[in-house]
Design a protein around this ligand. Structure first.
Ligand code: PMP
Length: 395
């Protein structure tokens, strides 16, 4: 290794380790279902985004296996050369039906989708109003576009209104866009889309909602925009296929002309190979299952309400959660990490989230109940929470 790289790595890695910020990665020895094995120990899993249990669903697995038999394991090219197999087309058509939009373009991940879509439309003569708690991929997508980034306080509609007005009246920008997560991933609160849409109308803002945590969860599965009945007001509905859908990939759902533009101007679509046939077929199957029945969706909400109420009843602070993402706010970073470790020792896997991912002093354990958990699993988790909460003087 070159000397300069060696020095950079040694200095920075040791500093991270000194601050306790070097995240050792847990290796999971089982499929990512409601019970997982980590370091040889069985755990009730409250940390995966597999909201509906579809990542391990037999019907979805069978669709992937069949696609490998029929189409092979790789797409073979980028979408615009000859990597658009019929399975990719089918995925996009099914997604458009699911979301109730004219068209859909799919990408290799939700992260990559934000990098692709924002910079295909916005440039250095534009400005983007972005919620301060937006996901990292939105932040990076905004940076890549070279537009001016104007952050507004989290879900603070007065602040958004004031800053949108100032940006519009300054006359300094060609286009303005407002971007928000549909459901915020660290707190589980829902964006105030009706007010955002009103402000957008008043100041000609392009509207962009990243619904990674809302799709499959809100609006009977179709997402946050549908939940509020705002399909005609939101230009970009971003989704991921890696959370509720259980596979991998990302997409933009919107009007046909928007999708046509993204197909010729978004760089990951033009320059990176498409998802595998197995991914496309598995995601298509998962979405079809959600369109056929609301059973998984209802089970998810039943479990989420059950866990949320049980933790609240014990005296835990679950912050502003309105969705299955259920944080337990502990406070200082050290206690939060001890709390998570004690949960692990007692057989509950729920990760701690601390500064810098969330503000200092708001360390939390983030719980993700899914449709696949049984009542017995949730009861067991709650009794461990009670034990550890009392032991550490949190409740
Ligand atoms: N957007 C949001 C709001 C997310 O929470 C995530 C996942 N953490 C992503 C995008 C990225 O999605 P993916 O994992 O499909 O890349």
């Amino acid at each position: 290794m070159t000397k300069v790289l060696q020095q950079f790595l040694t200095e920075n890695l040791s500093e991270l380790r000194r601050q306790g910020l070097y995240n050792e990665i847990d290796k999971v020895g089982t499929p990512n279902g409601p019970i997982i094995r980590i370091h040889g120990q069985e755990q009730i899993n409250l940390s995966s985004n597999n909201y509906l249990g579809l990542a391990t669903d037999e019907r979805v697995k069978a669709a992937a296996v069949e696609a490998i038999r029929n189409w092979g394991v790789g797409a073979g090219a980028v979408r615009t050369i000859n990597g658009t197999l019929e399975v990719h087309e089918k995925l996009e058509k099914t997604l458009a039906l699911f979301k109730g939009t004219e068209a859909v373009i799919s990408y290799q991940s939700g992260f990559n989708c934000n990098m692709a879509a924002i910079s295909a439309v916005m440039d250095k003569n534009d400005a983007i109003l972005s919620d301060e708690l937006n996901h990292a991929s939105i932040i990076d997508g905004c940076r890549l576009s070279r537009a001016k980034i104007i952050r507004f306080s989290h879900s603070d509609m007065d602040d958004l209104y004031r800053q949108a007005k100032a940006a519009k009246e300054s006359g300094s920008y060609n286009k303005l866009m407002v971007i928000t997560d549909g459901v915020f991933s660290m707190d589980g609160d829902i964006a105030k889309l009706p007010q955002i849409a009103e402000i957008a109308e008043e100041y000609d803002l392009i509207t962009y909602v990243d619904d990674a945590h809302g799709s499959g969860v809100l609006g009977k599965g179709a997402g946050t925009v549908k939940h509020f009945g705002l399909q005609e007001k939101i230009d970009f509905q971003i989704g991921t296929l890696s959370k509720a859908i259980g596979v991998v990939g990302g997409y933009v759902a919107g009007k046909k002309e928007l999708i046509d533009w993204l197909k010729v101007r978004s760089r990951p679509f033009l320059f990176s190979t498409a998802v595998t046939p197995a991914d496309a077929a598995a995601a298509t199957k998962a979405i079809k299952l959600l369109m056929e029945s609301t059973e998984l969706f209802e089970r998810l909400w039943k479990n989420a309400d059950y866990l949320r109420n049980a933790l609240k009843k014990l005296g835990f602070d679950i912050g502003r959660s309105e969705t299955p993402i259920t944080p337990c706010i502990i406070g200082d970073e050290k206690t939060t990490q001890i709390f998570s470790r004690r949960l692990f020792e007692e057989g509950v896997y729920a990760k701690s989230i601390v500064f810098p991912t969330v503000p200092k002093g708001t360390g939390r354990i983030r719980n993700m109940p899914t449709a696949a958990h049984t009542k017995e699993m949730l009861d067991r988790a709650v009794s461990v929470y009670e034990k550890v909460g009392k032991e550490l003087g949190i409740i």
